[in-house]
Design a protein around this ligand. Structure first.
Ligand code: GLU
Length: 277
C-alpha cells in the first residue's frame, strides 16, 4: 500500500483544523525577537493580530510563548554564560514579554494571563488539575492564557526542555482541537530550507511519518531551528486524534488561513481522522 496521502484526506484534516473551537498557538523565540535579541514589536503585534482573528471567530486561544531568555538577553545586553545567568535573563525577558503582550492585546480589548509551568506541574495530578481549572476559568472569562516554562526555577533534571513538548503535552491534556506551531522555518521540508533551495514543503504528515522522520534525521543540523521537536510534538498531538499545523509565523494572516481551511505549512493528520485506502 502506498503511504501517499490523498488530497481528500488533506482536505478533511484542514476542515477539522478550521472547525477547531479550542486552539493552542505556540510561538518560538525567533518569531518574537530581532537579530539583536530584542523583543520585536512588529513581530509580537503580528502574532497578536493573528490570534485576534481566531478570537473574532469565537474560538478559545491558549498561547504558548517562548522568548523569555531571548528578550532578556536583548534587555540586559548580555548573552549569559551559565545556566544561572540564563535563568536570571529569563525573568527579565518574561516580564517584558508580558508587558508587551498586555499592551498588544489591549488593542483588541482583550486581557491576558501569565502561567509559568515546570515538569513537576505536568506530572503531579493535583498540580495539573489546578492548572487545568485555572485555564478553564480564564477561558470562561474570555482572557487569553499565555504559558511559558518557569525557566527561573527549573534545573536540567526537571526541565520540560522546550516549548514544543510543553505545548503538545498541554494540548493533549486539556482537550484542545488544534495545535499550531509557528516558526521561522514554516513547515516540514524535504531538506533544510535555510541551506537547500531545492527543499520542498511536505504538505501533510500521516502514514508517511516514518519517511518524513528519516528525511528530518538526515537533513537536520544545529541551525535547522529545532524542527525535530516540532515534528515530535505535532505527531504526538495527532496521535491523540487532534490535527496539528507547523506554519511560518511571518506568513500573512496565517491563523485566519488555517481557520478558513486554506493550505498553510505542514498539517499533521489526526490519526483517527485518516481515511484508510
Ligand atoms: N522557555 C524558554 C524561553 O522562554 C524557551 C524554550 C523554547 O524555546 O522552547 O526563553
Amino acid at each position: 500500500m502506498s503511504n501517499a496521502i490523498t488530497s481528500e484526506e488533506i482536505d478533511h484534516a484542514r476542515t477539522l483544523a478550521a472547525e477547531a473551537d479550542r486552539v493552542i498557538v505556540k510561538a518560538g523565540t525567533n518569531s518574537l525577537t530581532d537579530a539583536e535579541s530584542n523583543l520585536d514589536d512588529d513581530k509580537l503585534d503580528k502574532l497578536v493580530d493573528d490570534i485576534a482573528d481566531l478570537l473574532a471567530r469565537d474560538k478559545e486561544v491558549i498561547l504558548v510563548s517562548s522568548g523569555a531568555v531571548g528578550a532578556g538577553v536583548g534587555r540586559v545586553g548580555y548573552t549569559g554564560e551559565t545556566v544561572e545567568e540564563s535563568q536570571a535573563l529569563s525573568t527579565v525577558g518574561q516580564s517584558q514579554l508580558m508587558r508587551r503582550y498586555t499592551e498588544s492585546f489591549e488593542r483588541y480589548d482583550r486581557k491576558v494571563a501569565q502561567i509559568l509551568l515546570t515538569q513537576h506541574d505536568l506530572e503531579n495530578p493535583e498540580r495539573f488539575t489546578n492548572f487545568r481549572n485555572t485555564i478553564e476559568t480564564l477561558l470562561e472569562w474570555d482572557i487569553v492564557p499565555i504559558i511559558n516554562e518557569n525557566d527561573a526555577v527549573t534545573t536540567r533534571e526537571i526541565r520540560i526542555g522546550d516549548n514544543d513538548m510543553l505545548s503538545s503535552t498541554v494540548a493533549v491534556e486539556i482537550d484542545v482541537d488544534l495545535l499550531v506551531t509557528l516558526t521561522d522555518v514554516g513547515g516540514v521540508y524535504t531538506g533544510n530550507p535555510k541551506e537547500d533551495d531545492a527543499a520542498e514543503l511536505i504538505e501533510a504528515v500521516g502514514r508517511n511519518y516514518d519517511t518524513v522522520q528519516s528525511i528530518i534525521d538526515e537533513s537536520s543540523t544545529g541551525s535547522f531551528g529545532g524542527i525535530q521537536t516540532k515534528v515530535q510534538g505535532a505527531r504526538s498531538v495527532s496521535e491523540h486524534g487532534v490535527p496539528a499545523v507547523i506554519a511560518k509565523s511571518t506568513e500573512p494572516d496565517v491563523l485566519e488561513k488555517i481557520a478558513g481551511a486554506k493550505p498553510v505549512g505542514t498539517i499533521f493528520l489526526p490519526i483517527n481522522g485518516v481515511i484508510d485506502d
